[in-house]
Ligand binder design. Structure first.
Ligand SMILES: O=C(O)[C@H]1CC[C@H](C(=O)N2CC[C@](c3ccc(C(F)(C(F)(F)F)C(F)(F)F)cc3)(S(=O)(=O)c3ccc(F)cc3)C2)CC1
Length: 277
């Protein structure tokens, strides 16, 4: 409607307005900065992960993991997850508009979205041909995680990886989808929902712009369906963690990384997220 020229020349004000909007944050700029941030804040480049995809654990190595005690294996994975989350915090801080949100909302988005972004990033480290995932330097199947005693969560994590890999996303699409997963204005306890909504609209525009350019508009609603699965996966993770914490309260209290506890195991403030300075 803006560019309706039925009355002769398009309205000058409209054109000026559109020019202004395009100038202040050209959509290509938003895309480029999110893709750059994703590349700079991933633990491994997708090329590295691809090169290692046939480096599998030996039977002895798998047996060693399976022989770990439950609390030892949980602690090990909590450490890995906390490492990955720290990179996601860095990614979030570089999303245009994220740093301008109030601190409470930055924390709410990370508390609810960091695990989801880790799971999206995990699909880059997943080999669908033999259902293995990159872990501790090699590729592991579900059987390696037996000691966790949460095979339903592991199965769900692997199923999700398979289903997202099936969409064959490019690294740019993974970057923009990760930003969309994080900037979710429906999260509970947001103080300035409207502002989060505006940042989300920018990211949505960047993703749909990229999908249009890649001639894959159909992916948008498939990606929104994945968001729903991510949400259920994260609830299952929290549920399992509560169950584990009842069995091993001391392990969680004194041996789990503080950031992991703040993000997934308590409602206290999150000074460690490093966004207070
Ligand atoms: O940035 C990158 O390049 C990526 C970032 C993401 C990395 C990654 O895949 N991850 C980092 C941590 C990873 C991770 C995923 C899920 C969990 C859990 F849910 C549970 F263990 F229960 F599943 C928990 F929390 F309950 F313990 C812990 C840790 S992992 O690599 O340790 C891994 C563990 C289990 C898997 F079955 C698959 C992967 C996922 C791979 C490298």
């Amino acid at each position: 409607a803006y560019l309706d020229c039925s009355q002769g020349r398009p309205q000058t004000t409209t054109l000026l307005l559109l020019t202004f909007i395009a100038a202040c944050c050209p959509i290509e700029e938003v895309c480029a900065s999110i893709v750059r941030s994703h590349r700079e804040t991933s633990q491994y480049r997708v090329e590295e992960l691809q090169a290692l995809r046939w480096k599998l654990f030996s039977r002895e190595e798998i047996h060693a993991y399976q022989s770990k005690s439950m609390d030892e294996m949980w602690q090990h994975c909590a450490l890995r997850l906390t490492d990955a989350v720290q990179y996601v915090v860095e990614f979030a801080k570089r999303i245009p508009g994220f740093r301008q949100l109030c601190q409470n909302d930055q924390i709410v988005l990370l508390k609810n979205g960091s695990m989801e972004v880790v799971l999206v990033r995990m699909t880059r480290a997943f080999n669908t041909e033999n259902s293995t995932v990159f872990f501790d330097g090699k590729f592991a199947g579900t059987e390696l995680f037996k000691a966790l005693a949460c095979s339903d969560l592991i199965a769900a994590v692997f199923d999700f990886a398979h289903s997202l890999c099936a969409l064959r996303l490019t690294e740019q699409q993974v970057a923009l989808f990760s930003a969309l997963v994080l900037i979710n204005s429906d999260r509970p306890c947001l103080e300035e929902r409207g502002r989060v909504e505006r940042v989300k609209k920018e990211v949505e525009l960047a993703l749909s712009h990229t999908l249009h350019r890649d001639n894959q508009e159909g992916l948008m609603n498939k990606l929104y369906q994945k968001v729903a699965i991510l949400k259920s996966l994260c609830s299952l993770h929290i549920e399992k963690l509560r169950w584990f914490r009842q069995l091993y309260p001391l392990t969680v209290h004194s041996l789990f990384p503080p950031l992991y506890k703040e993000l997934f195991a308590s409602d206290t403030d999150l000074p460690l997220l490093g966004i207070h300075h």
